[in-house]
Write a protein that binds this ligand. Structure first.
Ligand code: SF4
Length: 408
């Protein structure tokens, strides 16, 4: 959730606003003092001149242009001097004046205007497991505020589960593969333990560890060294690229360039030769030109993706991107189709490299997945058992394979 505390007038107002901002931050809000899109507006007004009062009233209209659905709370001298000038305006939920600033946030909580987002990771009982694959929650929430995404507004700020609790669940789950899951597992942190540190703590678990979706920024040389040292981490890295154009990535509020992303892929292949790097791509972001799109198309081969999930851009009300003009549906559809075709070519090239090679497959139904996420179709295995297989030809959404021997 984002709050904007906008201040007019004197130093005193600024100091009081700074305290309000801190109080909002403590309640889990992302806070800004610059007028822009927000879920909640606090307007600290000034009445030192008639002009200052006018500007204070005008600020309400400016806020409503950014988000007409957000409540506007007015405090400060202009609202004390002429409360009615604010109380009657559309969107103004509370006019507080100058006297009760210490009580203001409490009043907003009582009225249900402030929503305290969970600050701690919410522990849940372990879900029902099968002995093959377990999804293990390690983190919730997101602080990244990608311009097209509603998740940070809905799930709140990032928070991590304690490494101790993760370890206990991993030890007790009995699955052969554990998938570390969260909204933004790249931001995992429990005291001094980051995601790489967590992998090292899980190294004695008798299961292979698969990572959920990662942000490219977390895949540093140190992180990869920790994943390698752990010894049980699958060489499969799902890095959501979203666009191959640095210009569009900037517009999306993604904090890397095309070149940095490609360097990350190269780093992965150096430390984990044969690793699968899979990705998500958005076709037709509002500011995406045909040239930008061509860059996304060409990055698929350059990055050597093993699998591509391509989606047309979907405008979500309440996000920063919702203020932009959507591209025609036909353009988004056509670009998505081209990404899917290029993705399938890249996938075929990746699979082709494994024809005749051996791999370890965790048997689920009609076969299973290799460590590097190749779907193999194998006859004659037992669910939950691990097999060394020889990979054959492309088949359905993966490859055919035959069992060489069971791996105990
Ligand atoms: S796309 Fe992912 S990283 Fe970006 S804001 Fe949404 S949940 Fe966070």
């Amino acid at each position: 959730m984002k709050a904007c505390v906008f201040t007019l007038g004197c130093k005193m107002n600024e100091v009081e606003s700074a305290s309000l901002m801190r109080g909002l931050e403590a309640r889990g809000y992302e806070v800004t003092d610059t007028l822009g899109y927000a879920d909640l507006y606090l307007l600290n007004t000034c009445a030192v001149t008639a002009e200052a009062e006018k500007k204070s009233r005008q600020a309400v209209a400016r806020m409503r242009k950014f988000n007409p659905a957000a409540p506007v709370i007015v405090c400060g001298c202009a609202s004390e001097h002429d409360a009615q000038a604010f109380a009657g305006r559309e969107g103004v939920t509370l006019v507080a004046g100058t006297m009760r600033k210490d009580k203001l946030l409490g009043m907003l909580e009582e009225r249900g205007i402030l929503h305290e987002k969970e600050a701690a990771f919410c522990e849940l009982p372990p879900p029902k497991r099968n002995k093959t694959r377990a999804f293990l929650r390690i983190q919730d929430g997101c602080d990244r505020f990608c311009s097209y995404c509603l998740i940070p507004y809905l799930r709140g700020r990032t928070r991590s589960r304690s490494a101790e609790s993760i370890l206990a669940e991993a030890e007790g789950c009995g699955a052969k593969e554990i998938v570390l899951t969260g909204i933004d597992i790249s931001s995992y942190r429990d005291g001094g333990t980051d995601l790489g540190g967590l992998l090292l703590k899980l190294k004695e678990i008798p299961a292979r560890i698969r990572l959920g979706s990662l942000e490219a920024g977390v895949v540093s040389a140190e992180f990869l060294a920790a994943a390698k040292e752990a010894g049980n981490v699958c060489p499969h890295f799902h890095l959501s690229l979203q666009s191959g154009s640095t210009r569009v990535l900037r517009a999306m509020n993604r904090h890397y360039t095309r070149e940095q992303f490609l360097q990350t892929c190269a780093r992965i292949y150096e430390i984990f030769p044969g690793a699968a790097v899979t990705t998500d791509l958005i076709a037709g972001y509002p500011t995406e030109t045909e040239e930008d799109f061509e860059e996304t198309l060409s990055v698929i081969g350059e990055a050597g993706f093993a699998r591509v999930h391509a989606f047309p851009f979907s405008m979500r009300g309440g996000t920063a991107a919702a203020k932009l003009t959507d591209l025609p549906a036909s353009v988004k559809k056509e670009r998505t189709a081209r990404l899917i075709t290029a993705g399938k070519e890249a996938e075929a090239a990746y699979l082709g490299r494994y024809c005749g090679k051996t791999a370890a497959v965790l048997y689920e139904e009609e076969g299973g997945y290799t460590e590097n996420y190749i779907r193999t179709y194998v006859a004659g295995g037992r669910e939950g058992s691990m097999y060394e297989v020889r990979i054959g030809k492309p088949f359905r959404d993966g490859v055919s394979a035959e069992i060489i021997k069971e791996i105990k």
